[in-house]
Design a protein around this ligand. Structure first.
Ligand code: FAD
Length: 419
């Protein structure tokens, strides 16, 4: 079966107290991409992936918009820009090669107020500086030819944007890793890490492992895994829940492909938008609400430990002081459907409350510094015998193959020693 992974109970005795060359914590798209790259570059290392859930891609990697981003948003020269542009090409190629669902549908970023024109121009310049071709500023008549129900004063057409199903991508990464001799052990939460001379001891809810090198790809828990090892990540993971509505099938024709607003440059989030998925269904969202639990997919989800660690982190208060107004707007949008719908009507005026039914949600892992600023770029930090992946928000699913390469490149000196 595609993406099937070892269950802890079935292989408990075989794996107990075993020694490994490299262990990866987290079976999301990033951890899997890292393991896949290790099997390609260092085939003798046979990586072991430890995942706390009963399968791969159960959190961010399986709860996202499924967009293969082109790279138009990101600061030229940043890791996000470099790894997204090449990563998008690599992802489309991977989907083609492995016969995974994907569709290069293009998208429009729509300015609905004249004040947004300079930002739209800036996005085009950024995109071009990042090497994208075919970007075009279009007027309302051309916008209507592409998206007949969208309304805007001007738009940026991004023809290379595509969609896929990242759960299916994770499943295929897992198959390839295992076919190359790597192991993915599910239902195996890492509970403790100890550095001893020449090794790292990895405690889990089941077996204890020893490894020469550890790569932390624990997503929403990557800061905790780093602290577990005695390192100071200097950031805290802020969980931002993104909630979706689905367009009812009778109204899905309102959207042909992807319709986005001009994003607010102060935030790493793109604003609620419309996405036609590879399945053909259309969803609207996600918003960005601070969750009261790291894996808090519902508004009522709450965890005292998560909340207490938040309140003790100075960056939280600084962020709250700076962004409380927009934070309240997002909460308002979360609790009051009419507010959510109003944001969508700026893009597609015909959409009504009755056209939208609650969809799923996802929780983004966004690193926050002590000074209250959100880390914008991808962030990977090395320490003795370890590498911590501390910030890989969107477009990390798009860029996953290239992120895997970059991380293995960073760690290669240590991995090379182990091989
Ligand atoms: C709502 C939303 C929409 C998005 N849309 C897009 C998009 O359209 N395009 C795009 O490119 N990106 C998008 N992203 C971003 C993308 O999904 C993420 O950047 C990417 O999935 C991050 O992958 P990851 O492997 O780091 O994290 P995850 O998928 O969260 O994986 C981390 C894994 O670590 C495991 N773990 C945690 N702690 C432990 C432990 N102690 N022991 C063992 N395992 C542990 C978790 O169970 C989890 O499976 C979106 C994200 C969200 C939330």
């Amino acid at each position: 079966m595609r993406g099937e992974v070892w269950r802890r109970s079935a292989n408990h005795s075989a794996m107990t107290n075993s020694r490994h060359n490299v262990i990866i914590v987290g079976g999301g798209i990033v951890g899997l991409a890292v393991a896949l790259e290790i099997t390609r570059r260092f085939p003798r290392l046979l990586p072991l992936v430890l995942e706390k859930e009963d399968g791969v891609g159960r959190h961010q990697s399986g709860h996202n918009s499924g967009v293969i981003h082109s790279g138009v948003y990101y600061k030229p020269g940043s890791l996000k820009a470099r790894l997204c542009v090449d990563g998008a090409r690599a992802m489309i190629e991977f989907c083609r090669e492995h016969d995974l669902p994907h569709h290069v549908c293009g998208k429009v970023i729509v300015a609905t107020r004249p004040e947004e024109f300079p930002r739209l121009e800036e996005l085009r310049s950024r995109g071009e500086a990042n090497g994208l071709t075919g970007l075009r500023l279009i007027e309302p008549e051309q916008l209507r030819q592409i998206e007949p129900h969208a309304s805007g004063l001007r738009a940026l057409l991004v023809p290379s944007t595509a969609v896929t199903d990242y759960s299916a991508v994770c499943g295929r990464y897992a198959d390839l890793i295992q076919a190359q001799g790597g192991t993915i052990l599910s239902s195996t939460a890492v509970t403790g890490l100890r550095r001893l001379p020449g090794e790292v001891v990895v405690e889990t809810i089941g077996p204890v492992f020893s490894t020469s090198y550890l790569i932390n790809c624990a997503g929403l828990f990557s800061d905790r895994i780093s602290r577990m090892a005695g390192d100071d990540p200097e950031v805290m993971i802020a969980p931002f829940r993104g909630e979706y509505y689905d367009l009812i099938p009778e109204r899905a024709s309102l959207v042909r492909a992807l319709i986005y607003p001009v994003p607010d440059s102060r935030f790493p989030f793109l604003g609620v938008h419309f996405t036609r998925r590879v399945s053909g269904s259309v969803d609207a969202g996600p918003n960005a609400v601070l969750a009261l639990r790291r894996e808090g997919y519902r508004r009522t989800d709450f965890n005292l430990k998560d909340l207490a660690s938040w309140l003790a982190f100075p960056g939280f208060w600084r962020m709250a002081a700076k962004h409380w107004r927009s934070g309240l707007d997002e909460v308002h949008q979360s609790f009051f459907k009419p507010a959510f719908v109003r944001a969508l009507q700026r893009l597609v005026p015909e959409v009504g409350e009755q056209d939208l039914v609650p969809g799923g949600s996802g929780v983004r892992a966004q690193a926050l510094r002590r000074d209250g600023t959100l880390v914008d770029d991808f962030q990977f930090v090395q320490s003795e015998r370890m590498l911590h992946v501390l910030n890989v928000p969107s477009p990390a699913a798009t860029a996953s193959l290239l992120i895997g390469r970059a991380i293995v490149e960073m760690a290669s000196e240590n991995l090379g020693v182990a091989s």
